[in-house]
Design a protein around this ligand. Structure first.
Ligand SMILES: [Zn+2]
Length: 114
């Protein structure tokens, strides 16, 4: 899949990345049909979140960029076994500003896109 990937302050690249995989039972994979870069992404791009690289290095030992863009419209491609409200083929809106119950799931997917 194509992705806008953050590598550091003012360094974002449009490149090929592997398709995500279901990790947790509450995960969902959405094939985005429309997306945007929000204010959070712009802050990251301007270097306001150095913890992104620091956290990746602390957790994995390296930093291979972080995919930007976490809001948009898409079609459900795959769901984990605990996802009951959505199924493959559903049209959905993806937003990090969501019900508290779902915020954790969205945050998780945002954190695992790199
Ligand atoms: Zn956002």
């Amino acid at each position: 899949m194509k992705a806008m990937v953050y590598y550091g302050e003012n360094d974002a690249r449009f490149e090929e990345r592997p398709k995500p995989k279901i990790i947790d039972p509450t995960d969902a994979i959405i094939r985005m049909t429309k997306t945007t870069i929000c204010g959070t992404d712009l802050g990251i791009l301007k270097g306001k979140n150095p913890e992104i690289e620091e956290t990746a290095i602390a957790e994995t030992g390296s930093f291979n960029g972080r995919i930007l863009g976490h809001e948009g419209i898409g079609i459900v491609d795959e769901v984990g076994p605990s996802v009951k409200n959505f199924k493959k083929g559903d049209k959905v809106v993806v937003s990090c500003v969501s019900l508290a119950e779902r915020a954790r799931t969205v945050r998780s997917s945002c954190m695992r896109t790199a």
